[in-house]
Design a protein around this ligand. Sequence first.
Ligand SMILES: [Zn+2]
Length: 400
Amino acid sequence: MKKPIDLKHLAARNEQLIISLLRKHGPMSQAQLRKMASLSSSTASYIVGRLRSKQLITETQGKSKNRGPKPVLVTINPTGCFAIGIEINPNTAIVGLFDFTGRSIEEITTPLANNHSPQNVCNIIEINLRGLLAKHDIAPDSLAGIGVALSGSITPDGTVELSSPLAWKSVPLKKLLQNRLPAPVTICTTRVRLLAEMEIEPDASYDNVLYLNIADGVGSHVIIDGKLLHGSANRTGEIGHIIVTPNGPTCGCGHKGCLEAIISAPAITKKMQKDIANGTSTTLTKTLTPEDTPQLAIEKLAQAAKENDPYALSIRTFIADHFAQAAAIAINFCDPEIIIIAGYLSKHFYPHLKAAIEKSFPTNVYDSETRKIKIKPAKATKNPLTTGAAITILQNTTKP
Ligand SMILES: [Zn+2]
């Protein structure tokens, strides 16, 4: 038997479609919207009317062409509603306030100073979130929701089963936060980075994407045939836990020799400190301190490499070679047309990472000569996790 059409659900879906087109392409006429959304003109005007009455869109007069009538342009109302995007990483908790267009209004970054216990992180998030709402005079009921992104495996009920960089196991994060925050909480994986990337790269309409990230952890996200893959337990793309050095350093996941335990920023920082303690000659001896965060340590490494310090150059090659080895496995597996390289470590060494992957094509990638794989750096480099988490909320929101 055919299911009856759920009109309310259908209208909500069309509203989300119209909003996402406006967010991606900017103001446009109702006729353009109708065409892009493949809606009949009566449906389009009904949906636009609904969105107008909820104050989620406004209509303004555009410029006329050749003295013709001025077209009416439909625009997202930035203050129609708001979202909070949060990133938790081992060094900082970042709380960002975003308007309905997905633009960041303000972000507060708080160092965790080695205390990334769930209790401390939740306290910081609550204080900063309430502070942001008060400062910008935003009533909690105009918040569409709160998206929290972190590296780890998340169950559908918002429990962090395992976060290797944070060393969290079975933390009921959604429950902990929902009890103290004024809007619905959604816990996201770092996969939302890809949303942030696609948001600012509207032309990136690739159906097969391999997104590789090196920062506090090492991970990947995969779009195959236009679909972002999640997997049976939300663990798709755990490239950081491919073992590249058997019996190598112990990873946060408990295994030995994972890529993440070798080339993530914390792993590289640890390696540099150990090498220096063992007497390696490098200019980093003067600049690197034990208090440096991995982010700062990687900046110092990049600077030393720029100045052609032989040790820094060897570390750069070490990162690129291990990275390319795992990337080739991922390429063979998911057949991408584009590889996007992201993360605060990669940002310093992008040309070398790209070159290392390309160098590995003839020996490590199946049938590489007939394939045309583009490699690009990520564009969403400023807090892509808070942006991605906020966009996750906004994409699913058009108010009841
Ligand atoms: Zn691991």
